[in-house]
Write a protein that binds this ligand. Structure first.
Ligand SMILES: [Zn+2]
Length: 385
């Protein structure tokens, strides 16, 4: 926790703290993310990702395979946009794979219904409530992680949930001999995501252990760890094609015009959001969306008002990030400990979410979920320290 850190410094451009996983602030007060110290690495990743994307576009239909690709389909704007594009523009035979995450709001279901009516893909709905709850229990109840941690360590619960169902999709694609898996990560997320399926499986095993992984996902996990490269599906990140022009508003407008989308302020809302924030504050002294908000601040400082971050979540240009984060932290840690007046915490958090750009009703709803944090934890089997 921050109490034993002598001096926490803030990047003067993006407000990331010197204690943030993977962040180093130089003598001039600017962090490594703002200086793009990782530029070389990023370029190499982009090159591989672009080449794989081109290969996928040109690949002729395999005469014996039923599908040209599997698309990870959440019902959100990004994956709906790409599903429409590959079915209707590129005429690919797509298996749209949806994992029913039990922690997510039902708003996406409406968009999935619209897509089913209007897009000629094959839709598959997968679920594994008990198994995903086991994964979340394991990650939240891990002992205190090593500080300062690596880049994205504060998002381990979220990353673990996604990795779990991506592996279920990989197994399905592997067994059905589907050559490509499309993941509709936004351009910023692409940089931080693993593009090799064997590495995806390996990283899950290194966090949770091979026996836990095979117990959850079957012996096929070990088969994939040792399979020949040509037998494994390749991961494609289609938003690599829009990395210079990615614009969430244009995507939403395009989908609405086609009757494929109904937006909701809570569309990507995860009911574990309070616990995700608890985890990131408790272990890494930052709010869950800190990197996203910092990316926005960076864009505003560089390009002025109206600038776009490379993440798909938007924040107000005038956001005073460090100050908002402090208020949020106090309320969340008090709620986790069962201390203070719940109504006062609710009011504080509503103000926090207003400042983060969530409107009145949405802010009330999200803040209200934080008041149930202790019963949420108990229900999942998570111990709040
Ligand atoms: Zn910075």
């Amino acid at each position: 926790m921050s109490t034993d850190v002598t001096e926490v410094r803030y990047c003067k451009i993006c407000s990331l703290k010197s204690t943030h996983p993977g962040v180093v602030i130089a003598g001039d007060g600017v962090c490594n993310l703002c200086k793009l110290d990782v530029a070389g690495e990023m370029l190499a990743a982009y090159r591989y990702t672009s080449a794989t994307y081109d290969e996928f576009l040109k690949a002729p239909p395999h005469p014996e395979a039923e599908f040209d690709c599997m698309l990870m389909y959440s019902g959100g704007k990004d994956s709906t946009f790409m599903l429409d594009k590959f079915v209707n523009t590129y005429r690919k035979r797509v298996l749209a794979y949806t994992f029913d995450v039990p922690f997510e709001s039902v708003h996406a279901a409406r968009n999935i219904d619209l897509a089913r009516e209007k897009i000629a893909a094959t839709f598959m709905l997968d679920r594994a409530d008990d198994d995903i709850r086991r994964v979340m229990r394991a990650v939240f109840n891990r002992p205190q992680p090593d500080a300062p941690g690596k880049y994205l360590d504060e998002k381990l619960p979220c990353v673990s949930c996604r990795t779990f169902f991506v592996i279920r999709a990989i197994i399905k694609a592997y067994q059905e001999k589907i050559p490509y898996i499309l993941i509709c990560a936004d351009p910023q997320q692409i940089l931080t995501m693993e593009s090799n399926v064997r590495q995806v499986v390996r990283s899950f095993c290194s966090v949770f252990g091979v026996s836990f992984a095979t117990d959850l996902l079957g012996e096929v996990v070990e088969e994939i760890l040792f399979a020949e490269q040509e037998r494994l599906p390749k991961i494609v990140f289609p938003f690599i094609d829009l990395r210079h022009s990615y614009d969430p508003d244009t995507i939403v407008a395009d989908l609405k015009a086609k009757g494929l989308y109904q937006s909701s302020p809570m569309e990507t809302h995860c009911t574990l959001f309070p616990l995700l924030n608890y985890y990131s504050f408790r272990h890494f002294d930052c709010m869950f969306y800190k990197l996203n908000a910092a990316s926005h601040q960076r864009a505003v400082r560089r390009n002025g008002a109206g600038a776009r971050a490379t993440f798909s979540i938007k924040f107000p240009d005038s956001l005073r990030l460090a100050e908002v984060e402090d208020r949020m932290k106090d309320a969340i840690l008090a709620l986790a400990a069962g201390e203070g007046d719940p109504a006062a915490h609710q009011k504080t958090l509503e103000g926090v979410f207003n400042d983060l750009g969530v409107d009145g009703e949405g802010a009330r709803f999200v803040a209200g979920n934080f008041l149930n944090m202790r019963s949420l934890a108990q229900d999942l089997g998570v111990v709040l320290e």
